[in-house]
Design a protein around this ligand. Structure first.
Ligand SMILES: [Cu+2]
Length: 491
């Protein structure tokens, strides 16, 4: 209890001041529409990207929220497991929707299988700790508290059990929407998207079960920045969907724990943004800032069909840490608004593809010790498309004088092992490939992990009339461990 004494002091002073100022005023507060009416209602909770249906109620009610904390291992990226702590079994936690003036009876359960105690601080609560002090719940227990939702808006909730940063970093946050009494204007689609940063001891996409890394979290050096708790949570078959000429409303939250989001949808302009989740509306916005522990309501009209990419425009996070989602808009072409080609997969990288089934299969096979040459080739093909094809081209032919060919490359054939160093550390200086001279720069592809480099090179060696062979992850690992001397172009 001691920890909360500082928190308690502030509202107390505020209360004294407001009492002195308006002692004659009635007890009626703005947003208080009187006692709850009718039978208590059980709140509909949804997991992301779904949002509970709009409330059409005309009176304040007692709304019962039942939320269970579950600690569970889930995939954070292809072949990468992480022990998430969740509100309701998802990251972000269940979306809660109530009406301004409602009396919310909150039941927080902590699953008996949990290892940790948890609680909840809802930013939509008026009261010390936002519920945290009243909801501290040990594994296998349940706690209950009640609050009146006085302010309309969209609010973050999160766990506030020490170490708070660690509970949030493990996925303990979500959104609660307090609708205005008249409701929100109807739209065609509402979606729930929430960003978070994650800290694993392995690097980005390093396979296996990855523990939380406290040092990286303190230093604010995330291995992943994600929408809805997993890389690819809203891409491929899981992309958000819409049709042309629809109004889309995104409830976008940011759980942090550390990073501020520069939320942007590539190819769309936000007609309206309720920035910071507040009441004011900003119009015609390209990128909106969402603080850690904050939210926004973003609306736009779908006009041209195609794939729209949701990103954190701190752009390394999108392309190298996972903060990327897709909304697929179907409908007739609108050449009058936009002529162009559909989706630039080279720009979007490997996550723009419909699926990465080859990578999944290879990851599983590698884990069970049954990885075949064909598995490596299939995975490598998918990874090559998102990484190397931008320069060497999808058919491996390169671009004369600019990017050397990998297809039938005599340079590659002369020493396939050398290509590992090239992938990891890049290549500069003059090279002659199939009689053509190149004097350019290949940047290091050091963001790739050992499996990825092995599979890409194995794919290259077995494609486009190259002479075959394979490279395994252990060899890449050994090469990576060598002192970083850039490989010589000429030998
Ligand atoms: Cu917690």
């Amino acid at each position: 209890m001691k920890r909360y004494s500082a928190l308690l002091a502030l509202p107390f002073v505020f209360m004294l001041a407001s009492q002195a100022a308006g002692a004659a005023a009635t007890a009626k507060l703005s947003g208080d529409f009187g006692p709850p009416q009718g039978e208590p209602i059980h709140a509909v909770l949804t997991s992301p990207p779904n949002v509970p249906p709009p409330i059409h109620r005309k009176f304040p009610a007692k709304v019962i929220v039942d939320l269970e904390v579950i600690e569970q291992e889930k995939e954070i990226s292809e072949g990468v497991k992480y022990m998430f702590w969740t509100f309701g079994g998802s990251v972000p936690g269940s979306f809660i929707r109530v009406r301004q003036g409602d009396t919310v009876e909150f039941h927080l359960k902590n699953n008996p299988g949990s290892k940790m105690p948890h609680n909840i601080d809802l930013h939509g609560v008026t009261g010390p700790g936002g519920g945290a002090a009243s909801s501290f719940t040990a594994p296998g227990h349940e706690s209950q508290f009640t609050f009146k939702a006085l302010n309309e808006g969209v609010y973050v909730y999160h766990c506030a059990t020490a170490p708070v940063g660690m509970h949030i970093a493990n996925g303990m946050y979500g959104l609660i929407l307090v609708e205005p009494p008249e409701g929100m204007p109807p739209v065609d689609h509402e979606y729930y998207v929430m960003q978070g940063d994650f800290y694993t001891s392995g690097k980005y996409r390093e396979k296996g079960l990855q523990p939380f890394d406290m040092d990286k979290a303190i230093d604010e050096r995330p291995s992943y920045v994600l929408f809805n708790g997993a890389e690819g949570s809203m891409t491929g078959d899981k992309a958000l969907t819409a049709k042309t000429d629809q109004t889309i409303r995104l409830f976008v939250g940011n759980g942090g724990p550390n990073l501020v989001s520069s939320f942007h949808v590539i190819g769309a302009i936000f007609d309206k943004v309720r920035y910071e989740g507040g009441t004011n509306v900003q119009k015609n916005v390209q990128t909106t800032l969402i603080p850690s522990g904050g939210a926004a309501v973003v609306e736009f009209q779908t006009k041209v069909p195609g794939s729209y990419v949701l990103v954190d425009h701190s752009i390394f996070r999108a392309f190298n840490k996972g903060a990327l989602a897709i909304m697929k808009v179907d409908g007739p072409a609108r050449k009058d608004i936009y002529s162009g080609k559909e989706l630039d997969s080279v720009y979007l990288g490997d996550r723009a593809q419909a699926n990465m089934s080859g990578v999944s299969a290879a990851t599983k096979a590698a884990a069970s010790g049954t990885l075949t040459l064909q598995d490596q080739i299939n995975a490598g093909r998918e990874l090559f498309a998102g990484t190397c094809s931008v320069c060497h081209q999808a058919n491996g032919a390169g671009i004369p004088g600019v990017f050397p060919p990998l297809a039938k490359s005599d340079f590659l054939a002369a020493d396939p092992h050398r290509a590992i160093g090239i992938a990891l550390r890049g290549l500069t200086g003059k090279v002659v490939v199939n009689g053509g001279e190149y004097n350019s720069v290949m940047p290091p592809m050091s963001q790739l992990n050992d499996d990825e480099v092995a599979n890409i090179l194995t794919f290259v060696l077995n494609s486009w009339d190259n002479k075959g062979g394979n490279i395994d992850a252990a060899t890449v690992k050994a090469e990576r461990a060598k002192p970083a001397v850039a490989p010589k172009s000429e030998h």
